[in-house]
Design a protein around this ligand. Structure first.
Ligand SMILES: *Cc1c(COP(=O)(O)O)cnc(C)c1O
Length: 444
């Protein structure tokens, strides 16, 4: 199976989006529901390494990885070959009807690489939201309790239960209620905006969350606490030091299932295989998706055998969960992450990017905060103190897009520029992308 070699350099030959993309965009308006948006509507022809090529012949630098999915690079030949070989043998049987070995192998790999050396089990699903829903089902079934604790700025998906778990109303929840019950939201250790300062944030936020859980819900009623070890859509908020360990300790003492939602942070993205390793946190259940299979749709819940196996036979599953092509892609992708040492590569990318972004923050007052780890870094744009600088963000992002740099925004206040390059990107493209970002900041 031949894959297309994508030249690793930026090339802009039309305005962005170009005439062919604009023509498809017009057809799209008449065919595709308006509710689904696109950050940068250039229509894609090829992609590989750190480059996305569009139908007009432009080659753009990728700082998005399709939202933290193509960690190993887009169309990595090892992933493509393995998935194609599988598809030539069979495309689907449904694991619940006739199983196949690759599903078992992916679960073995997840059980091995996720934090903690306890006995584990996994289940495979299709999407991050489905993984989070299943983690809640498992925690409720295993504990016989109902309440679920989540946090400010959280994002856990767009299904009914995961909308309830997600914090931000617009655009994720507006008009889509009623939402699932027994979901309780706690303060997040957002160091940059913590009222008494970043040094106090971790312990104070943990104490506030624990008090609210104790007084308002009753710890004995809580099935699960679900948290992203670095919040993604919420604006790459790294919990202040001490926050996660304090919460885990509380959960352990009270029999609450601690669920790390690593859908965005997983698979080497943050410079650890999983972001919760940074503070030595061992979750009871961990949800994964995005970076798992080099771009094919796959998701998982992995966790303590006694919790995972508490659910009755037939209680978990789904038609497509653990599709054989996606399993083959996941096996190739997990091998590539280990053999290419993408954990180490993510640390190098983080060092390069954070160093440059901190220099930019010294130079441009609009950057209020630089944060993140590994290849998951962000700048928060502010004016007049810590007021969100939304217009500045729109201007900088528009500049980057017009110059062929794919960038995403994020954040509860919509004022965070997030960067998630594929871990296969070259230093040269990283530097060039950051140069384009600086031009955008200089032009404000
Ligand atoms: C993207 C995301 C989800 C939802 O994943 P989908 O595959 O879009 O359903 C859940 N949790 C986190 C942390 C995410 O970033």
């Amino acid at each position: 199976m031949a894959t297309t070699e994508v030249v690793q350099s930026r090339r802009i030959v039309t305005e962005i989006p170009g005439p062919k993309s604009r023509a498809i965009q017009e057809r799209r308006s008449a065919a595709v529901a308006q509710g689904v948006g696109s950050t940068l509507p250039v229509y894609v022809e090829h992609a590989g390494g750190g480059i996305v090529e569009d139908v007009d012949g432009n080659a753009l630098i990728d700082f998005g990885s399709g939202i933290a999915v193509t960690n190993v690079g887009n169309a990595d030949p090892r992933v493509v070959e393995r998935a194609a070989e599988q598809m030539g043998r069979f495309t689907h049987t449904c694991f619940m009807v006739n199983p196949y070995e690759s599903y078992v192998e992916v679960c073995e790999a997840l059980n091995r690489i996720t934090p903690g050396d306890h006995e584990k089990r996994s289940i495979l699903l299709n999407s991050g939201a489905e993984a989070v829903e299943n983690a809640v089902k498992i925690a409720r079934n295993a504990t016989g309790r109902q309440a679920v604790v989540v946090f400010d700025h959280a994002y856990h998906g767009r299904t009914n239960l995961t909308m309830a778990l997600t914090a931000k109303n617009m655009p994720y929840k507006q008009g889509f209620g009623p939402f699932a019950g027994e979901v309780h939201r706690m303060p997040m250790a957002y160091a940059y905006r913590w009222p008494t300062g970043p040094e106090n944030c971790g312990p104070e936020a943990a104490a506030a969350a624990i008090e609210q859980i104790t007084k308002q819900i009753g710890a004995e009623n809580v099935a699960a606490m679900v948290i992203e070890p670095i919040q993604g859509e919420g604006g790459f908020i790294e919990p202040a030091p001490g926050f996660l360990p304090a919460l885990v300790e509380f959960c352990r003492a009270k029999g609450i299932v601690f669920v790390a939602d690593e859908v965005q942070t997983g698979f080497a993205r943050t410079g650890d295989m999983f972001a919760c390793e940074h503070e030595g946190v061992v979750p009871d259940l961990i949800t994964t998706a995005k970076g798992i299979a080099g771009g094919l749709p796959l998701a998982a819940v992995t966790g303590r055998a006694e919790l995972m196996d508490a659910v009755h036979g037939g209680g978990l599953g789904g038609t497509y969960g653990g599709n054989p092509a996606a399993c083959a892609a996941a096996l190739a992708s997990l091998e590539a992450i280990e053999s290419d040492d993408l954990v180490g590569r993510a640390r190098e990318i983080g060092a390069l990017m954070l160093d440059r972004l901190r220099t930019l923050a010294d130079k441009y007052e609009v950057i209020g905060d630089v944060r993140g780890r590994g290849a998951m870094v962000a700048i928060e744009l502010v004016k007049d103190g810590k007021e969100p600088a939304i217009e500045a963000l729109a201007q900088v992002v528009a500049h980057c897009h017009s110059r062929g740099l794919i960038l995403l925004s994020a954040g509860t206040y919509g004022n965070v520029i997030r960067m998630l390059p594929p871990l296969a990107i070259s230093d040269e493209l990283l530097r060039e992308g950051l140069d384009i970002l600086e031009e955008g900041l200089a032009g404000l």
